[in-house]
Design a binder for this molecule. Structure first.
Ligand SMILES: [Fe+2]
Length: 373
């Protein structure tokens, strides 16, 4: 059995200025970020750090071309620490930069994945409340030249330090809050139900849900698109805890089934997970209604103040108040595509399917898609 480990140290500062001062950020540091994060919150601190703005190298998810262009730009520069301040894309790029030597490209890094070592100390400051990527050692790069999207995974890609700064979440648009907190909630549930969970990872799954569900409820009841902001620290911690939990126990069918939808129809990660969440959970309940699913229902019911047997149903209702759930067809998926989706999940997502609460056959996966359609 894999033993539970948490590699990065985790600290929390209310504002970025507090971290910058404590860490003594300066000219020898390279900040990897987006301009819309840097301009309002960091540039006025006059730290003199070197910078890389991700959007200058391309938009959306990280690709080999984007990362190679950044590596080329950095080839003649001298810097020590890499400080990633951003969402999933910025963090995934910074993890790769931290293990890249002067002559590396994305292709050479994948070729020698087993031997990667850390070239620069890495600090990760997440600015969304979902990925938990600040505490995991995987970076997903779309290798456009090879036509595959694959994870670069290495011990060397763990951050040395994860820094939680709730103040940075204040400028997050509501839609990003909604999709990222849904992603974090699903990380917590999938890691909790995973057969690879252990007593310690469970503590983090449970605590993530204990933070997210009451804060979601308060934010939804509070009304207004900004009501969640007073719970920014709770959502950020929850995302971090859920990241620690799934870093050990893994994510499962919800993530596996959401990838074809996200990839083919460019649906944000948390949103495509939301589409699959209730249908997958209902299939689990059909196949194995006893066991940990019951414990999860009891936990959720306590957090939401409802009867135990209503727990999961109330969770779906609450999630849909945070973001209205759409059926797959609303994204342009056709019914004829569903068997292809099921086949591709079985072919390419075995790493995730191995963490399922119960095994799902190809036909059961197709049935889940049909109920989400
Ligand atoms: Fe996720």
């Amino acid at each position: 059995m894999k033993s539970f480990r948490m590699v990065p140290s985790v600290t929390e500062y209310k504002e970025f200025a507090g971290y910058a001062k404590a860490a003594g950020l300066g000219a020898d540091d390279l900040v990897v970020t987006n301009r819309y994060i840097y301009e309002p919150g960091i540039s006025r601190l006059g730290l003199g750090c070197q910078t890389v703005f991700q959007e200058e190298y391309g938009g959306g998810e990280p690709t080999d071309e984007m990362v190679d262009a950044i590596l080329e730009e950095l080839r003649d520069k001298s810097y020590g620490r890499i400080i990633a301040v951003g969402g999933g894309t910025v963090i995934d790029i910074a993890k790769v930069l931290a293990v890249a030597g002067r002559t590396d490209t994305v292709d050479t890094l994948y070729e020698r994945m087993q031997e990667l070592r850390k070239e620069h100390p890495l600090v990760i400051v997440p600015t969304t409340c979902g990925t938990g990527s600040e505490v995991t050692n995987i970076s997903i790069i779309n290798r456009t030249r090879k036509g595959v999207k694959m994870g670069l995974v290495s011990e060397a890609m763990y951050a040395d330090e994860a820094v939680l700064v709730p103040g940075l979440l204040q400028s997050l648009p509501y839609s990003v809050f909604a999709t990222s907190s849904i992603d974090a909630m699903i990380h917590a549930v999938e890691s909790y139900l995973s057969p690879n969970a252990c007593a310690l990872s469970e503590v983090f799954s449970v605590q993530a849900l204990t933070l997210i569900l009451p804060c979601w409820k308060a934010a939804a009841d509070g009304g207004g698109k900004d009501a969640w902001k007073q719970y920014a620290a709770e959502f950020l911690r929850a995302s971090n805890y859920a990241g620690i939990a799934f870093g050990h126990a893994g994510c499962a069918a919800v993530h596996a089934l959401s990838y074809p939808l996200g990839g083919a129809h460019h649906v944000p990660h948390g949103e495509s997970n939301q589409v699959m969440f209730a249908p997958v959970m209902k299939k689990y309940a059909e196949k194995k209604p006893d066991g940990k699913l019951v414990e999860l229902g009891v936990l959720v019911s306590k957090l939401l103040g409802c009867r135990a047997e209503r727990g999961l149903e109330e969770l779906y209702v609450l999630m849909d108040r945070i973001l209205e759930r759409k059926p797959m067809r609303a994204y342009g998926v056709t019914e004829e595509e569903l068997p292809r989706y099921a086949d591709s999940v079985v072919e390419t997502q075995q790493r995730l399917l191995g963490n399922n609460y119960v095994p799902l056959s190809r036909d059961e996966i197709l049935a889940v898609y049909q109920s989400a359609y």
